[in-house]
Design a protein around this ligand. Structure first.
Ligand SMILES: Cc1cc2nc3c(=O)[nH]c(=O)nc-3n(C[C@H](O)[C@H](O)[C@H](O)COP(=O)(O)OP(=O)(O)OC[C@H]3O[C@@H](n4cnc5c(N)ncnc54)[C@H](O)[C@@H]3O)c2cc1C
Length: 410
């Protein structure tokens, strides 16, 4: 018989969605235990934030700490395709709210958020891993600690913030294939030694498109310590024409994109090269009256607009708002109160991700003479304000994209 503990909420995972959710619950005196299988800091991909997530960080009382974290300021996004160049300044957007954010080494950033949650009184158990769950009655989780000892926690509710590990989708048979084509990313951190020649603005993420295949794109995410995260995203069939060694493949691909080749000509590559394949994922349901899936544990679309952490934090905000109502004795409907509001933003991003790979949204982004109002609305999306229902590019994304594309198409 395993030892059994009780709490109101268990959160699986202490990434951005888990830590923020924990702090938001603790602020309302809801008992919460966070179970995190690794020891922080640990590496995670997903280093370019969007300004919209600063609103949630502020609500979780973590803004001060993040601002003092020595991270690289980010005020926009730059795009390059075969000599065509465009920039979006996130302070010039349609939606009110923060216009700047940061580009972060996720090991440090996630640890900072987790420390802040602990400072606010959250109980966080590192190197404890959720192995199993039974939701026949109250959710009952089986956990193993770092010594190999197993125990159980019975909770009123479970938030799955386990990221790509997708613990509840796996254990409860909720997984569904993504509608987006599978792609692979190869990445590393470089000592960039970039000389400022006006092409690369360290306050922006640079997204470059491969000159021969517009579905293949690169990110260059500068950090505050003279290093950059650089990566490429492509279908496996495209990457089959490149060396199987990640380092050689990434370097060859960088050399095929003139802008990146030039600005990274003095870069050193002292770090490991990572890859991740088929990261897009979906689920049959995001919630029921015993659990909700946050961030990547739910649906993950695509990294192109750096929306992952923002969606993760927005999901934490919406789920905890619903839980706070539930614990206050109000009637809640998880689909109406959580899943549907979350999907407003996810579905808007989906439209622009699809439009990116079909090429239409790339034309809109790179159009040299945009209408100012339209540019501000598109900028709001790129800054992560995909839940602003005053923005027609949120409420009617496919029609809006189509209309603007007709005006921009070559
Ligand atoms: C190639 C690529 C590039 C990306 N670039 C960006 C970007 O620039 N900007 C951006 O915003 N997003 C980006 N993303 C997405 C981003 O990485 C994720 O959306 C984000 O990390 C999700 O946060 P999360 O809180 O859901 O989960 P995570 O940050 O993944 O945290 C999950 C935590 O759960 C823990 N865990 C897992 N299993 C268990 C278990 N059984 N028990 C206990 N703990 C467990 C893990 O150890 C981990 O710490 C990118 C994704 C990819 C694939």
């Amino acid at each position: 018989m395993l030892k059994k503990q009780q709490t109101q909420v268990v959160i699986i995972g202490a990434g951005p969605s888990g830590s923020v959710a924990a702090a938001l619950l603790k602020q309302k005196n809801i008992d919460v235990i966070v179970i995190e299988k690794s020891l922080f800091p640990r590496f995670s991909i997903g280093e370019s934030l969007l300004p919209a997530c600063m609103e949630v960080i502020k609500k979780a009382n973590m803004l001060d700490a993040v601002e003092k974290g020595n991270f690289q300021l980010k005020n926009g996004a730059a795009f390059h395709y075969d000599g065509r160049f465009s920039e979006f300044d996130f302070t010039k957007k349609f939606t009110a709210g923060a216009g700047t954010t940061y580009q972060v080494q996720r090991g440090d950033f996630d640890k900072l958020l987790a420390d802040e949650a602990q400072n606010q009184g959250v109980e966080l158990r590192y190197q404890h891993e959720v192995l199993n769950i039974n939701i026949e009655h109250k959710p009952l989780l089986t956990i193993v600690d770092k010594t190999g000892q197993q125990y159980q926690i019975e909770a009123d509710f479970v938030l799955d913030a386990s990221g790509f590990a997708r613990v509840l989708p796996r254990l409860l048979d909720l997984e569904e294939p993504s509608t987006l084509a599978p792609r692979k990313a190869i990445f590393t951190h470089v000592e960039d030694n970039i000389i400022d020649d006006g092409y690369f603005d360290r306050d922006k993420i640079l997204i470059s498109i491969h000159p021969d295949n517009s579905e293949v794109w690169y990110w260059l995410i500068p950090f505050s310590n003279g290093t950059c995260s650089v990566g490429v995203v492509a279908k496996e069939s495209f990457l089959a024409n490149y060396p199987s060694d990640n380092k050689r493949a990434l370097q060859q691909l960088i050399n095929e994109e003139a802008g990146l080749k030039r600005i990274l000509k003095n870069a050193n590559y002292p770090n490991q090269f990572g890859d991740i394949l088929g990261y897009s994922a979906n689920v049959k349901t995001l919630c029921d009256d015993k659990f909700a899936l946050l961030g990547n544990a739910g649906e993950f679309l695509d990294p192109v607009f750096s929306s992952g952490v923002t969606i993760a934090m927005k999901s934490a905000e919406l789920a905890t708002d619903t839980l706070i109502k539930k614990f206050a004795g109000e009637t809640v409907n998880w689909i109406d109160d959580y899943a549907k509001p979350l999907m407003v933003g996810v579905d808007a991003f989906r439209c622009y991700v699809e439009g990116w790979y079909s090429g239409e949204f790339q034309e809109v982004i790179l159009y040299p003479k945009p209408n100012q109002k339209v540019k501000e609305m598109v900028c709001s999306i790129l800054a992560g304000y995909a839940w602003d229902e005053k923005n027609p590019f949120v409420t009617d994304p496919y029609r809006r994209l189509n209309t603007v594309f007709e005006l921009c198409k070559p």
